[in-house]
Design a protein around this ligand. Structure first.
Ligand code: PEP
Ligand code: MG
Length: 304
């Protein structure tokens, strides 16, 4: 079996009938890039930037962030590296942010909400990201989006940072792609409008499942009630995919569900363009994709 998987290294991520599905990886620090390269991941679909903040006792400065993003971007050597902006709050608490204690942290001040409330924290990260964009194919992704105005504000913050860097004569890639995570029901319903504002969608099925089913992802007692295969979750995924494709942008999945081989025919039927998974899941998925026929994909799991 190991040998069969090794034979997948260097092979294209394409079905028997020619549908390409990009296989990217999720990472949590620049050191994880070695595993991405060893498993022949074709890019990084989710670089969780929280590690920098969780490991520190105070706000990480621009330089520390820049070095980390640049390390990942240059090691990937021109392959796409999607870096997600800060996603703390909820299950990830950081003391120096002094966030108030909340009864429902998953629905509280987290992720993009913190960044939009604290423009200086956001600006520092965006500056580091744009500076890193001069050293590889960096893309920026915003988590926990629910509204059109949030994305517009994110875009304005990016625009401002680009103007600053231009004035300072610091190199960056002006065409850095911007994307959003689809992980709230609101983002699914607003997907047609949101798709007009970004270059790509990436579905966070861990949170999407939590919010669609009103099931706390942290609660172990929920058992079968927390079901990412629930037709409601899969229908949400399809709505987002249809909206993305109607607007001419691509859509990927970066939640755990992306590596679920039982759902591959469903993803193929929806035309999902990218799956971002843990590095060890790349070669098994590639083997499965190469044996699949996209035209035989099925939406039967969406039936109630
Ligand atoms: C998700 O919600 O599916 C996701 C990929 O993000 P995280 O697990 O970091 O919340
Ligand atoms: Mg999430």
């Amino acid at each position: 079996r190991q040998e069969l998987l090794r034979a997948m290294v260097g092979q294209e991520d394409v079905t028997l009938d020619g549908k390409h599905v990009k296989l990217y990886c999720n990472i949590g620090s620049p050191e994880d890039v070695d595993a991405v390269l060893a498993n022949d991941g074709q890019g990084i679909g989710l670089f969780r930037s929280e590690f920098l903040y969780l490991a520190a006792s105070d706000y990480p400065d621009e330089e520390a962030q820049f070095q980390a993003y640049k390390a990942a971007a240059s090691a990937m050597n021109g392959k796409r590296v999607i870096i997600r902006t800060l996603d703390i709050g909820a299950d990830k608490q950081v003391d120096y942010f002094n966030l108030s204690k909340e009864e429902n942290p998953a629905m509280g001040l987290r992720a993009i909400r913190i960044c939009l409330n604290r423009p200086e924290v956001f600006r520092t990260q965006l500056r580091a990201l744009y500076r890193a964009s001069a050293y590889g194919k960096v893309a920026i992704m915003f988590p926990m989006i629910t509204s059109v105005w949030e994305v517009k504000e994110c875009r304005r913050a990016c625009q401002k940072v680009m103007e600053e860097l231009t004035d300072e004569g610091i190199p960056f890639n002006r065409d850095t792609e911007l994307g959003i995570m689809i992980e709230t029901p609101a983002a699914v319903f607003m997907a047609p409008e949101l798709a007009q504002l970004v270059d790509f969608f990436s579905v966070g099925t861990n949170d999407l499942t939590q919010y669609v089913l009103a099931c706390d992802r942290q609660c172990n007692d929920l058992g079968k009630f927390y079901d990412p295969h629930h037709p409601a979750v899969l229908r949400a995924l399809k709505l987002a995919a249809d909206a993305a494709h109607a607007a001419g942008i691509w859509i990927g999945i970066c939640g755990e569900l992306g590596a679920d081989l039982r759902l591959l025919p469903t993803f193929l039927a929806m035309g999902i363009d990218e799956l971002s998974v843990s590095p060890t899941a790349v070669l098994p998925l590639r083997a499965a994709i190469r044996q699949s026929i996209a035209a035989q994909g099925t939406l039967e799991l969406l039936e109630g």
